[in-house]
Design a protein around this ligand. Structure first.
Ligand SMILES: [Zn+2]
Length: 492
């Protein structure tokens, strides 16, 4: 149960919204400003083919972290056409940007957008596993929808502010390299969120949910071992294998798994292990992820990872260096914002399939086997819950933003129910009309939530109060990436 539920109910007892209890579905809302809200929804609806085209272009390009030049520019163009001013290349990242619209002094609302794809998830928008010719990457996390929905919401709010003479600022944050590149962390470190009152974001998913929750902090990096080459059969005594270094490190790391906290997640790949078995490798590289709910524990685990490397290097007579490639905080939830978003998500509704979409969804879900879900779940809004101990298995650089500014987020059913993230199925859905429907819903929910915040500044104050309380006194932001510059080549 939520500890703060009483506080919250008092807050919303003004009649602005119906009181929501845990698990309650929102059906009859006493929605204030219904006419204005409907106008905002219509302005998104009227531009839906434009947004669809942009999202599908970005899906087609499928550019990976820090290489998203065309995708970033596509979204910049959408905003620029509508009168947003642009700052491109912020925080020393060429594909990062901020689009701003200001209409006098007032609240500053930030909206996050992402647009990077994943390596190795090449997929057409067919409901069966089919690689795209000549493209090895894919939008398996739906970020082609993420960026465009957030831009569409920012534009709709800007138009409303202009027409209704509402004071304040809307800022779109174009955030590159979410997948392992920690793009937002550099933006936070640069102080780009300093004067922002509230940040809103969303994420593609297999369900519609605005439940409050958190995520895992992580730290990622590449360990590089160097040894001495020699003929593996002719002069093995002359060689010292860099691959042995990596393997010895991994052995120790795998033993370490038995002696870490329950919620720890450790994964690695070997990105380079030599060129030929008959040549002792003089270079080898491993790429590591360490995750835990608490950033402090991630730091401690990282030190232990380094000890594994040190021990391995001693025993194999090789040398090592490492580069931290990313690191993010866990999400600091904000219930004031989550419940507000939940209300708007209920107002907008879920994703309803037409006949063609239903056939696609049926065929796609054949690949889930026992994990097949009822397709009608895409129409439902998940009941609101908040369990502080519940964490998704993943990490996001939204985490760092959420420790700087009260941040609210949610998901819409852009994927067929049962679809796992980072899969060929999610890459496929992200290029279909199902993905587009979820994207438009997300744009609407963000826009309506921003509307509520501009209309009722008390909500912003309450969100800030909760934020300060959760963050605690004496919070000191110490990014897990340290002081390194953006790892612009981490996908090269
Ligand atoms: Zn993602």
């Amino acid at each position: 149960m939520i500890k703060n539920i009483v506080v919250f109910l008092l807050l919303f007892s003004s009649g602005l919204y119906g009181q929501i209890k845990d698990g309650e579905k929102v059906k009859e809302l006493n929605v204030v400003g219904i006419d204005e809200k409907n106008k905002i929804l219509n302005s998104i609806y009227n531009n839906k083919s434009l947004y669809e085209q942009s999202a599908l272009k970005i899906w087609n390009w499928a550019e990976v972290g820090f290489q998203e030049y065309k995708s970033s520019e596509e979204i910049q163009t959408l905003l620029k056409k509508e009168g947003f001013s642009l700052e491109v290349g912020v925080a020393n990242m060429p594909t990062a940007f901020i689009g701003t619209y200001t209409n006098g002094t007032g609240p500053v609302i930030g909206v996050l957008g992402e647009y990077d794809a994943l390596p190795g998830l090449s997929q057409t928008n067919d409901p069966t596993k089919t690689n795209r010719d000549g493209v090895s990457t894919g939008h398996g996390c739906g970020h082609n929808l993420f960026g465009v929905a957030s831009a569409a919401a920012s534009i709709a709010i800007k138009k409303w502010m202009e027409n209704a003479g509402v004071k304040g600022t809307i800022k779109f944050f174009g955030c590159p390299a979410e997948e392992g590149g920690s793009g937002k962390v550099y933006m936070v470190r640069e102080g780009l969120f300093k004067n922002v009152d509230v940040v809103l974001n969303w994420h593609p998913s297999n369900k519609n949910s605005a439940s409050a929750g958190t995520s895992l902090a992580n730290k990622t990096g590449k360990f590089r071992f160097s040894g001495v080459s020699a003929h593996a059969a002719g002069a093995p005594e002359r060689g010292r294998s860099a691959l042995d270094g990596i393997e010895a490190m991994n052995n120790m790391l795998n033993m370490m798994r038995e002696h870490v906290g329950q919620e720890t997640r450790i994964h690695y790949i070997i990105t380079k292990g030599g060129d030929a078995p008959n040549v002792v490798p003089n270079f080898a590289e491993g790429y590591y992820y360490i995750r835990h709910p608490k950033p402090e524990e991630v730091r401690r685990l990282w030190e232990r990872l380094e000890l594994c490397a040190k021990g391995a290097s001693l025993g194999t007579e090789t040398k090592y260096t490492y580069e931290v490639t990313g690191g993010v905080y866990n999400i600091l939830p904000n219930e004031v914002l989550q419940k507000l978003i939940h209300n708007n998500l209920g107002f907008v509704g879920g994703v309803k399939y037409n006949e063609e979409e239903r056939v696609y969804a049926e065929r796609l879900s054949l690949s889930f086997g026992e994990d097949k879900k009822n397709l009608l779940l895409s129409e439902n809004i998940a009941p609101y819950v908040f369990d502080e101990e519940t964490k998704g298995g993943g990490s996001t650089d939204v985490g760092d933003v959420s420790w700087m500014v009260p941040t609210g987020g949610f998901s819409t059913a852009t994927y067929v129910p049962g679809t796992p993230g980072h899969s060929w199925q999610s890459a496929s859905c992200s290029g279909t009309s199902i993905g587009i429907k979820g994207m438009l819903n997300a744009a609407k929910v963000i826009a309506l939530t921003a509307y509520d915040l501009f209309k009722n500044k008390n909500l912003i104050l309450e969100a800030k109060k909760e934020f300060n309380k959760r963050r605690g006194n004496g919070f000191n932001y110490d990014p897990l990436i340290g002081n390194r510059s953006p790892a612009l080549n981490y996908r090269k």
